[in-house]
Design a protein. Sequence first.
Length: 223
Amino acid sequence: MGTTTLTEPKPTTRADDKGRGGGSGFGGGDGFGGDSGRHGEWCVPERTYRMGVWLALVAVVMLFAAFTSALVVRQGLGENWGSTPLPRILWLNTLVLLASSATLEFSRRSLARRAPESFSIWLHVTAGLGVIFLVGQLAAWRELAARGFYLASNASASFLYLLTATHALHLLGGVVALGYVVLRSGAIARGNQRRVALDATAIYWHFMDGLWIYILILLSTRL
């Protein structure tokens, strides 16, 4: 009677099992899940977020560089340039915007310290300050109009409206981004969602802060 040799069956590897726990697919670093794939959310890679923000900022720099060049050339012509006083509320708006950058950093540091309540509070304060800044810009334009300075009054008034309104429009985009982060703040604080959206928004927000300082210096020295 012969002997029968029993061999343990080899484990089979399914092609779809590789994507469940690997570097791509569900739960990996790319595709669905990102850093927290257990919720099945579609996550954009961090480098894509950052690259998008920096490309947007390069475009903004080019736009305001063109505005600056046009202002200098137009002022050099001298014809119908005029003189437009800066509304005093612009200085108060500047303090509000500087404060919003500080509160945004307080929020990020609270997240790093794993203090979710403080993180959320400072994030809400930042968004609120951004809205206050925009309201302050509206008040500045109303002050200009009350003093008889309109968009077409003279060239200097036109550039004042153009620069401040373009900056306000870009800052409005930052407020919208902050609103998105505020809505996701709970998930970010619990670690259920990556903080890359917060970091990208912070880069954009701080840039808008610095850009406003540049615009204010430009207007105060040229108008």
